[in-house]
Write a protein that binds this ligand. Structure first.
Ligand code: 6IA
Length: 143
């Protein structure tokens, strides 16, 4: 199974360590196409190489190839919102994970979208449980 993980980059890197944890866990279910999102060295400025057009085209290509899309939406990000909308139009299964009370309220354009699964969590363990139930029994070994 190919999994597309979306998380904030230029929207802010406050949750980078959390993304890293979630990506590690997702790796037990399949291949995570976007492992770099959890790279804590990657700054909120994003990198200049590859250039923005290459990033856009590569990510859209990965999104098209994905079997499931997981978006961590607690840190608001234009890019993540755009990816969610694209995924919906591509008829992908989309899970949006949101940790309430941390910062801003989740946009109504995500919270009110009936074509994605919205789920709130309060701990890493709870987020993992939500991922496992969304991805069903497709786990590939490990815990
Ligand atoms: O607006 P944002 O930058 O917060 O958007 C974040 C989302 O857009 C992520 O879910 C990514 O899939 C995508 N995205 C934004 N910037 C990059 C990027 N920068 N690389 C890949 N995807 C990106 C360069 C990093 C690379 C040199 C390791």
């Amino acid at each position: 199974m190919k999994i597309y993980f979306a998380g904030s980059i230029r929207g802010g890197r406050e949750d980078a360590a959390l993304y890293e944890e979630l990506i590690g866990y997702l790796g037990t279910f399949g291949h995570v196409l976007t492992e770099h999102i959890g790279n804590r060295i990657l700054s909120g400025h994003g990198e200049t190489v590859p250039d923005d057009r290459s990033i856009y085209e590569r990510d859209l290509h990965w999104l098209e190839a994905a079997d499931a899309v997981i978006a961590e939406v607690s840190t608001p990000s234009l890019g993540v919102g755009y990816e969610i909308a694209c995924a919906v139009h591509l008829k992908k299964r989309v899970l949006c994970l949101y940790s309430p009370g941390k910062r801003k309220r989740l946009s109504a354009m995500i919270a009110g979208c009936g074509e994605v699964t919205n789920a709130e969590y309060r701990s890493l363990q709870e987020a993992k449980t939500l991922l496992a139930s969304f991805l069903g029994d497709k786990k590939q070994g490990g815990t």
